[in-house]
Write a protein that binds this ligand. Structure first.
Ligand SMILES: Nc1c(N[C@@H]2O[C@H](COP(=O)(O)O)[C@@H](O)[C@H]2O)[nH]c(=O)[nH]c1=O
Length: 209
């Protein structure tokens, strides 16, 4: 797939929108959506705090009638079904008359996992996947880790940018219990500085490197 600098800039904007929502959207991943018509952004949104409404669910109505024939940049595959009984994001995009959807990475959740892209293609939309895939995957890796383990992911960072928050714990704390507590509070991706705490996490297999 050959993407233009403009494609990259619009996807970078979608990634920035989602990054700003990190830590606020459990039980859903933070997703960014930018809608472009004739080279201009006509609407944009990120997953709402608490995980709903989804990014596309907000951006599509905000774009209004201008959305006909537009290109949508989204950091995660639009959902093809909902756990909540609402309409899927793939439905909103096809109903609105969107022409092209550019996706950073696919969503392995049972509500998407190819169902989102299939629904879009079945209605004749052009679907392109993989633009800024690494950045898109970083946005949802903590969400997937939390689903699999019940605990937030912890990585070493120097500045904490793009993380839900900083992991701090007393020297004698039970780290698994602390992480489970933070997972229940909705955290998915935490950072810690290199040092004693990071070493203790690593020894217990709780640090992702
Ligand atoms: N947050 C988010 C998505 N999140 C995905 O949608 C799935 C179903 O969501 P729900 O019915 O709300 O539980 C959920 O499992 C998650 O993988 N999808 C999107 O198209 N856009 C969004 O902004």
């Amino acid at each position: 797939m050959s993407w233009t600098d403009a494609d990259r800039a619009f996807m970078a904007q979608a990634i920035d929108l989602a990054t700003a929502r990190m830590g606020e959207t459990w039980p859903n991943p933070a997703v960014g959506c930018v809608i472009v018509k004739d080279g201009r952004i006509i609407a944009q949104a990120a997953t709402a705090p608490g995980g709903r409404p989804h990014a596309e669910e907000q951006a599509v109505p905000a774009a209004g009638a201008e959305i006909e024939g537009a290109t949508v940049y989204v950091t995660l595959e639009p959902c093809g079904a909902r756990s909540s009984g609402r309409q899927s994001c793939a439905h909103f995009l096809t109903e609105a008359g969107v022409e092209r959807v550019v996706i950073a990475c696919l969503d392995p959740s049972p509500f998407a996992a190819g169902r989102g892209t299939e629904r879009l293609r079945a209605k004749g939309l052009t679907v392109e996947t993989g633009l800024m895939c690494d950045e898109g995957a970083t946005l949802c890796e903590g969400f997937l880790h939390r689903l699999e383990t019940g605990r937030p992911m912890v990585r070493i960072s120097t500045d904490g940018v793009g993380f839900d928050g900083r992991f701090v714990a007393a020297a004698k704390a039970d780290l698994v219990t602390e992480l489970k507590r933070l997972g229940e509070a909705g955290y998915t991706r935490l950072w810690t500085s290199a040092g004693d705490l990071a070493d203790a996490l690593r020894e217990q297999g709780l640090l992702t490197e």
